[in-house]
Design a protein around this ligand. Structure first.
Ligand SMILES: Nc1ncnc2c1ncn2[C@@H]1O[C@H](COP(=O)(O)OP(=O)(O)OP(=O)(O)O)[C@@H](O)[C@H]1O
Ligand SMILES: [Mg+2]
Length: 334
């Protein structure tokens, strides 16, 4: 039988990751595209386009194709995927390949078809779509192919997905638009209200990445942020503490834990029994917030494990899913 090259794609709200069999992860950059408004041409994608956010003039449009887990700019989504496919094309002849695209669970059938169509237009005829929670579970080391259920919480940029997996698929899941980007917005609002300073979303994200914690620690960390003073209108700076950020995080994590409760409430009893033993695994970028394990364990009284590679689990999972779809070209451990 002819061997097919496998391509695995994690199209996230914040990050786009692409795996090519035999080449490993070839793309791991922000899901951002910059267009020349006049010609419609893509002038930058990924990291380069990300650095343009909030700093463009009127001839450039910078777009994130996904917002809150759904595709909000189809042209940008297509342009980004085309950019990646072109990169693969320069590297390998991918005519006879299979392509797995992992999408947020809330994506519509029309959007699924559009994604598929794009890969087909690029010359790939075997395209399939999977839910990112499934790929993420596999990538974080869960053997989902047994009759032994596990719960997964994926705290991404746009959405937090909570799912129960058993016998190779998602049995039930719920999603909430409360995740990394929402936390950033809450930080912007807080700094606006409490420090009279208008900061950008990228600055807020930096605050989150550098000093956020759910731990009630004695020792405080501080970060200096700059923006525009609300009163004088002039550029200005202030200092924010980890205690302040924790205050912002607690209600956000309460909302996330409420989704966990509501999924547990509708989980069939045999599966609940498995979750008591197997516990919950947390992945997605939000899993990197210190103290999250203890926080969730205290709230739901179940064992919680934080994935060791929360940002790459979904794309790692595509290796296995691609392998399971018929024969594959090269050992998936590449
Ligand atoms: N060290 C960190 N501490 C806190 N948050 C982090 C850290 N590193 C990354 N993040 C956040 O994680 C989010 C990105 O995570 P991830 O790549 O899993 O999202 P995504 O897959 O693109 O989004 P989605 O799955 O919602 O479509 C961003 O909001 C980012 O700010
Ligand atoms: Mg994701």
């Amino acid at each position: 039988m002819e061997k097919k090259l496998g391509i695995g794609i994690d199209l996230g709200t914040t990050n786009l990751l692409v795996y090519v069999q035999g080449n490993g992860i070839i793309f791991n950059e922000p899901s951002v595209v910059a267009f020349d408004i006049e010609t419609g041409e893509v002038i930058a994608a990924g990291e380069d386009a990300f650095s343009m956010i909030g700093k463009t003039h009127k001839k450039i449009r910078v777009s994130r194709p996904l917002r809150e887990g759904v595709i909000s700019d189809m042209d940008a989504a297509k342009a980004l995927l085309r950019h990646v496919f072109e990169r693969v094309q320069n590297m390998r002849d991918f005519k006879n390949s299979k392509c797995l695209i992992c999408c947020p669970s809330e994506i519509t059938q029309i959007e699924r078809e559009a994604m598929k169509q794009l890969a087909i237009e690029m010359g790939i005829n075997d395209v399939f779509i999977e839910e990112e929670i499934k790929a993420g579970a596999i990538g974080s080391g869960v053997d989902i192919y047994t009759a032994n259920a596990t719960m997964v919480i994926d705290i991404g940029g746009g959405t937090t997905d909570v799912g129960v997996l058993s016998l190779g698929d998602v049995v039930l899941s719920q999603s909430i638009r409360v995740a990394g980007n929402y936390i950033d917005q809450e930080i912007v609002k807080y700094v606006h209200k409490t420090h009279n300073l208008v900061i950008g979303q990228r600055t807020a994200e930096r605050v989150k990445m550098e000093i956020s914690t759910l731990l009630d620690e004695e020792e405080e960390k501080f970060i200096r942020v700059s923006g525009r003073d609300l009163v004088s209108g002039l550029p200005s700076a202030t200092k924010i503490s980890s205690k302040e950020v924790r205050k912002i995080l607690l209600p956000v994590f309460d909302e996330i834990v409420n989704v966990v409760y509501s999924v547990l409430e509708i989980t069939p009893p045999e599966l609940s029994a498995d979750i008591v033993d197997n516990g919950i695994i947390v992945n997605g970028g939000g899993a990197l917030i210190p103290g999250i394990k203890d926080y969730i364990e205290d709230m739901v009284h179940l064992p919680v494990k934080i994935s060791e590679s929360p940002l790459t689990d979904v794309v790692e999972g595509t290796k296995v899913l691609l392998k399971n779809r018929g024969n594959y070209l090269i050992n998936p451990t590449d």
